[in-house]
Ligand binder design. Structure first.
Ligand SMILES: Nc1ncnc2c1ncn2[C@@H]1O[C@H](COP(=O)(O)OP(=O)(O)OP(=O)(O)O)[C@@H](O)[C@H]1O
Length: 223
């Protein structure tokens, strides 16, 4: 995707300033302190947030980014719509005019990949936070997007689920952009963007960007 001088303003506040990037890597991590603009940046990828000025394009996608980009929200409650897990997973597929058999195959496959087949017939509102996070992830994977953006996807996961998540991510054929405070998880990524004050403060490999970010945070915490 190509970001060309993208700005986002809300009311009189400038949230993102003049972001220009060409993103081609398979795993891109986004780091930054609370309130730096990471979620706003992520929401631009699938059109949930429109630029106030500047443009975002991806070759061959046209204007409808939402059709191509799956978004895994920080809070799975924002994403789970239906009372039962299986219905919820089918929801995103029905608008795509797939056959019943195709919908079933995709759901089976994703439940298997994420090791959550036992949740298939559960009521979504009764699930634990981590279970919900896995179901929300499944709901995005079934749609087979061209790119997936993740907003802090591992915050609610216990260790087995986090390890499963990491396996899933390693096996995922699509490119992914992920906001995370889990710096260890991001060390295996191809590129890291450090957002600060609504701009890209640093952009490079994990070994270039992450230690410098950690040092900067330590220095700030000490005041
Ligand atoms: N609708 C809005 N009106 C005014 N300010 C807003 C609005 N939405 C977000 N902001 C501000 O924009 C800034 C960036 O918010 P954003 O949620 O993108 O940050 P973030 O880096 O994702 O933070 P966190 O790590 O805490 O989730 C914050 O200062 C936030 O208060």
């Amino acid at each position: 995707m190509i970001f060309d001088r993208v700005c986002v303003t809300k009311g009189s506040r400038r949230i993102l300033s003049e972001i220009s990037l060409s993103l081609t890597e398979k795993r891109i991590g986004v780091i930054g302190e609370n309130g730096s603009g990471k979620s706003t940046f992520l929401r631009l990828f699938n059109g949930l947030q429109k630029p106030t000025s500047g443009t975002i394009r991806a070759e061959g996608w046209g204007d409808d980014l939402r059709r191509h980009v799956g978004f895994v929200f920080q809070n799975p409650d924002n994403q789970i719509v239906y009372p039962m897990v299986e219905e919820d997973l089918a929801f995103g597929l029905k608008s795509r005019k797939l056959s019943k058999a195709e919908i079933q195959t995709r759901i089976d496959e994703v439940l298997e990949t994420l090791s959550i087949a036992h949740l298939r017939a559960r009521l979504t509102h009764q699930l634990s936070g981590g279970e919900k996070q896995m179901v929300a992830l499944a709901g995005v994977l079934v749609t087979r997007p061209d790119l997936i953006v993740f907003d802090e996807p591992t915050t609610l996961l216990d260790l087995p689920n986090k390890l499963r998540f990491m396996d899933m991510l390693a096996a995922l054929p699509q490119p992914a952009v992920m906001v995370s405070h889990d710096l260890e998880l991001l060390m295996g990524f191809d590129r890291i963007l450090h957002i600060e004050g609504g701009t890209v403060f640093a952009d490079g490999t994990p070994s270039e960007v992450i230690p410098a970010y950690r040092d900067r945070c330590l220095a700030r915490a000490k005041g």
